[in-house]
Structures are given as C-alpha cells and as structure tokens.
Design a protein around this ligand. Structure first.
Ligand SMILES: NC(=O)c1ccc[n+]([C@@H]2O[C@H](COP(=O)([O-])OP(=O)(O)OC[C@H]3O[C@@H](n4cnc5c(N)ncnc54)[C@H](O)[C@@H]3O)[C@@H](O)[C@H]2O)c1
Length: 323
C-alpha cells in the first residue's frame, strides 16, 4: 500500500546537476576515496548507484533503481542527453508504476545528473551502460575506477564484449562483473550475470545483494562473446533482417509469424527497434570479430537503416514508424 502523503506524480523527487570538483581528486568531505579500506566479508546493505551513460539502458536502469528507492548519480558526456534523460526517466517511472513494476510504498530514490565521473566517490556500485565499443568502455571503466573505493563493484552492462577483455584495462580486475539487464530493465525480472575469470567473490556477493534490492532474478553464466542472450538473440534478429532484405517477407509478416507460430513476445524486428539498430549492429560486430561466425556479420539492411538514421524507437523510425 502507498504511504500516506506521498504524491503519485512525485516519483522523481529531485533532478539536480552536480558541480564540477575544482580539485579533481577528492570527495566533498576532503577524503581521498582511494585510501578508504576495501570492503571485505559482508556486501553493502546501503546502495547508492552511479550509472554511466544516459541512453536507452542508462535511463531504464536508473528508472529501475529509483523506483526501488535507490539514489542514482547518472553520468553522460553529453549534457543535452542528460537533460532529455531526466524527462524520459520521469515518464518511464510513471509508466512503470502504472504497470505495477515497482514496489508499492517505496519512496523513490533521488536522481543527480552530471558529466563528470569524479562525483562517483560515494557510489556503492557503478553500472556502466555506455556505447557498445570495447575501447570506449575500457576507457570509462578505467577512469572511474580511479575515483571509487577499491572493492566497489564495477558492473558492465555490455551486450557482447567479454568481461575478461574489459578487465584487462583495469588495475583491479577483481572488481569487474557483467550484468546484462534487458530492455526495459524495470519490466524484465531476470538479469544475466557474467562472471569473468578474474571477478572476485566480494564482487559476486555485492552484485547479488544489489540485484536482490532491485528484485531481479540473477542467472550467472560464464564469460564468452555475447554470453547467452546476445549470442542467441542477436544473430536471430540478423537473420530476420536478411529474410526481409532478400524479399521473402515484410517485417510485419516476419514478426507476425514469429509471434503467432513460435511464441516470440513481440517478433524479432520489433525487438530490434526496441534495442536500437545502431546498438544491435555494434553488438553483432563485436560478436563477428570475436567468434568469426558469419551469421553475426551485420546484414546490409541493418547497416543501411543505421546510415539512414532509422535507429528504431529511439529515433522514431526503424523497421516500423513510431511517429
Ligand atoms: N539497447 C538495449 O536494448 C540493450 C540491452 C542490453 C544491453 N545493452 C548494452 O547497454 C549499453 C548501452 O546501450 P544503449 O542502448 O543504452 O546505448 P545508447 O546509444 O542509447 O546510449 C549510450 C550512451 O552512452 C553515452 N556515452 C558514450 N561514451 C560515454 C562516456 N565515455 N562516458 C559517459 N557516457 C558515454 C552516450 O552519450 C549515450 O548517451 C551497450 O553496451 C549495449 O550493448 C543495450
């Protein structure tokens, strides 16, 4: 039951911008976060997230966390994207609440946005959801690890890049784990957790505690390109696009058959539009480069849609028109 006195429309309690730290190295209390002791034994019970990347997944993960009462510091390079993200987060929080996807009676967490990772010093976990590019991710993970306490879990939400590959860029590879939230994270109750060969026990315990606080069901898998879900789903969507490209059927016919005959919830091409076709092409490229599987080479149709700016729901048009 909802707590008395809390307005329904006030799920997004605060949307503030952080201030750049003029000294660059220390937190607001003047403590160097890197000298704090590493947490051992029990995982954190207090959660405060830093989410990197205010795109499709950064927004969705932020909604999930705020809706479960966790404070979030959302970081993106692009100030305009952050401003748009704040509007989308407000709308998606209301939608998630209407759909009964959030725990009733939980006061929403506080949202702060900013363009610098330095303000992440107090985070109990960092979730990275930046563009699916190994060099970009390695750079941003390595940068933020210098500003957080050793032992703070660094969670990459990569679709396909092996966790071990990203861990190679870090001084503390034991702090890195993969958690592949699906889109939208607040509606999909199961998350794939990828344990790299160097992921530490403390990180596994901390990510389990975090997913517990977010009421997600975790399935732990071994590290590999695309893990389980992307390794299966993304080549299947690529094949669906090839069927359209070859003129065998329209996108609508492919989706109707996959829904009606095979029980796919939306059809693979509607899923492509939900994922974002640019992100799908990036993920397929990662898979193709790392597995050599020709089924993962992005189809000409997907590449053309990206060239034309038809990125799916996020741009208003992909296989379908959302205008
Ligand atoms: N879209 C999906 O359905 C889906 C599902 C599961 C996992 N993923 C993965 O989640 C990650 C994010 O995907 P998305 O769809 O949200 O992408 P997106 O393109 O919508 O957003 C990426 C965001 O990252 C920001 N960014 C890029 N470099 C940055 C940096 N150095 N620091 C801070 N921000 C930076 C960009 O400005 C952009 O706002 C990718 O790794 C993707 O593969 C996506």
């Amino acid at each position: 039951m909802r707590r008395p006195g809390r307005a329904k429309e006030s799920r997004l309690t605060t949307a503030a911008h952080d201030e750049p730290d003029p000294h660059g190295e220390t937190d607001p209390d003047g403590c160097d976060p890197r000298s704090a002791p590493a947490p051992h034994g029990k995982p954190e019970t207090r959660h405060a997230l830093t989410v990197l990347g205010a795109g499709v997944m950064g927004v969705g993960i932020t909604v999930l966390a705020l809706g479960h009462g966790l404070p979030v510091h959302l970081v993106d390079l692009d100030r305009e994207r952050l401003d748009r993200a704040v509007d989308r987060i407000g709308g998606e929080l209301r939608l998630a609440e209407l759909m009964g996807a959030l725990p009733a009676g939980t006061a929403p967490g506080t949202l702060v946005t900013g363009t610098s990772v330095k303000a992440a010093a107090d985070a109990t976990a960092v979730i990275e959801a930046v563009t699916e590019n190994a060099a970009t991710k390695a750079g941003v993970l390595s940068e933020i690890s210098a500003h957080i306490r050793p032992g703070t879990p660094l969670v990459t939400n990569t679709s396909s890049i092996p966790v071990d590959e990203l861990a190679g860029a870090l001084e503390r590879p034991e702090d890195l784990v993969g958690t592949h939230f699906m889109n939208p994270p607040y509606l999909i109750g199961t998350a794939e957790v990828i344990r790299g060969t160097r992921t530490g026990e403390h990180t596994m315990a901390a990510v389990a505690a975090l997913l517990g606080a977010l009421r997600r069901n975790a399935v732990v898998v071994r590290d590999a390109p695309g893990f389980v879900t992307s390794r299966i789903l993304h080549p299947m969507i690529n094949d669906a696009a090839r069927v359209v490209e070859e003129g065998t059927a329209t996108a609508e016919a492919v989706d109707t058959l996959m829904q009606g005959c095979l029980g796919h919830p939306t059809g693979p091409l509607r899923t492509a539009d939900l994922i974002g076709i640019d992100n799908l092409v990036d993920s397929l490229t990662v898979l193709h480069e790392r597995t050599g599987d020709d089924g993962c080479r992005p189809s000409e149709l997907l590449l053309r849609l990206v060239r034309e700016g038809r990125l799916g729901r996020k741009s208003g048009r992909g296989f379908y028109d959302y205008s």
